[in-house]
Design a protein. Sequence first.
Length: 225
Amino acid sequence: MSTDIRLVVLDMAGTTVADGGLVEQAFRAAAADLGVADGSAEHARMLDHVRATMGESKISVFRHLFGDEDRARRANRSFEAAYHDLVDAGHCTPLPGAAEAIGRLRRAGLTTVLTTGFSRATQDRILAALGWQDLADLTLCPADAGRGRPYPDMVLTALLRTGTDSVRQIAVAGDTGYDMLTGTRAGAAVVAGVLTGAHEEQRLRADGATHVLASVADLPELLGA
């Protein structure tokens, strides 16, 4: 397709980075730390919520699950520690063609931004593990923007920081319904869902996907890059 896209905002886990169940594994550690027994009805309810809200800021998820701020922050610290251990153990890998797609987009003159629902510490841990510190033009986490997904803040922060002229020059790509909501609420011209992560095509389209791709490797062709 021929577009006037100038800025591409990409999710990480499930879109450019293989998740491999790491979020659920780290959640189990956080739940155990808060005294929620694995296999209990409460644990199952919480895990269902984690799955449904993939892509959302993790601290927001824990605020919903555990109620008060102190418990939410304790859960978030446990989650991050467990996730960092998994990353350090080599369980974090790029999705096939992701780095190549980002390189192709940048060579075509498109500014690329990597975003996440994780904290800055976790995002930096992932980038370092993959050697991706310089892969994109900019990286953003919820704390950089004000609010995480499904709010439009990270996409709009990307527009402001990169000096992009219009929201209609933005393409957003992600694997969750929350990624799609973020893109549509920001006014992005292209909101592309990918089928390599948490949510299936029906959820992606219901939440506003303009396109659904097999993987992020197909994005440069969609954007004419």
